[in-house]
Ligand binder design. Structure first.
Ligand code: HPA
Length: 276
């Protein structure tokens, strides 16, 4: 079965559970699930009930699609995402993004936990992603292009909407939260980086490094979605001492910063002018 037919089968199941068309898709990263408390839930669909959806295996990811409203906006939220390092193919990783787009979402809001390599960052900072570097990531568009989804070689000169970044900054200022801005360096993981790698990532011009997001954003841009993405800085990779990192520390730091990220996402979505 080709990708388009798979997307259609997933679409049919989701539409049978919730009839309204989402305007905004949201991907919640590790430890950031608290966002869903602010959604007026219309339907909750475990991933294993949706045809062709992979099933999430990572601790801290609950694995369901939530449809409902936030303010007057219809949203579709992925509570739990799929990482390439879990063993999924790039096509599987981005399948839910394609489904959200096919459901009608024109915007994609992405969150993640990331390691800081900018010496000005500290644990708990929020970083708006203004660009990314795809490093050893397998591009999800390799292989046959589905022209119905998007062009063979999509332009990537502004994957992250400048207009939405500007909006985020003014909302954060109103809420009293500082937002750093920076370049996200996408790696496969699942190992955290060596000291030498963190140093290289910094030298290559990135501000943070993480194991998700890049493939999802490529698929979203391919299909014409407007993307906004934000990282919670959960560890600092370039410290000289005490440079050990565990998945639990990443989750704890993401949980602690989640209310700030949630507040920014929520206000952005509620005040989104769907014309931009
Ligand atoms: N490196 C890669 N991915 C991550 C990190 C990190 O330091 N922190 C959270 N996700």
């Amino acid at each position: 079965m080709d990708e388009l037919s798979k997307i259609n089968e997933a679409l049919n199941l989701i539409r049978s559970r919730y009839g309204k068309k989402p305007e905004v898709g949201v991907v919640l990263g590790s430890g950031l699930g608290g966002f869903t408390e602010h959604v007026v839930v219309g339907a909750e669909i475990p991933y294993n009930e949706i045809p062709h959806f992979p099933v999430s295996t990572v601790e801290g990811h609950s694995g369901k699609l939530i449809l409902g409203t936030m303010g007057d906006k219809e949203v579709v939220v992925m509570a739990g995402r799929f990482h390439y390092y879990e063993g999924y193919t790039p096509n599987e990783v981005v399948f839910p993004i394609r489904v959200m787009q096919a459901l009608g979402a024109k915007y994609l809001f992405v969150s993640n936990a990331a390691g800081g390599v900018n010496p000005g960052f500290k644990v708990g900072d929020l970083m708006v992603i203004k660009d990314h570097i795809s490093f050893s990531i397998v591009n999800p568009l390799l292989g046959k292009n589905f022209d119905a989804l998007g062009p063979r070689s999509p332009d990537m000169s502004e994957p992250y909407s400048k207009a939405l970044i500007g909006k985020a900054q003014s909302i954060a200022a109103t809420l009293g939260h500082e937002l750093k801005e920076g370049i996200y360096f996408g790696v496969t993981g699942p190992t955290f980086e060596t000291r030498a790698e963190y140093k290289m990532i910094h030298l290559l011009g990135a501000d943070a490094v993480g194991m998700s997001t890049v493939q999802e954003v490529i698929a979203a841009v391919h299909s014409g979605m407007t993307v906004f993405a934000m990282s919670v800085i959960t560890d600092i990779g370039i410290r000289d001492e005490e440079n050990t990192i565990t998945h639990q520390e990443v989750l704890d730091a993401a949980n602690a910063a989640a209310p700030k990220l949630t507040a920014v996402f929520k206000t952005m979505i509620e005040t989104l002018n769907l014309g931009i």
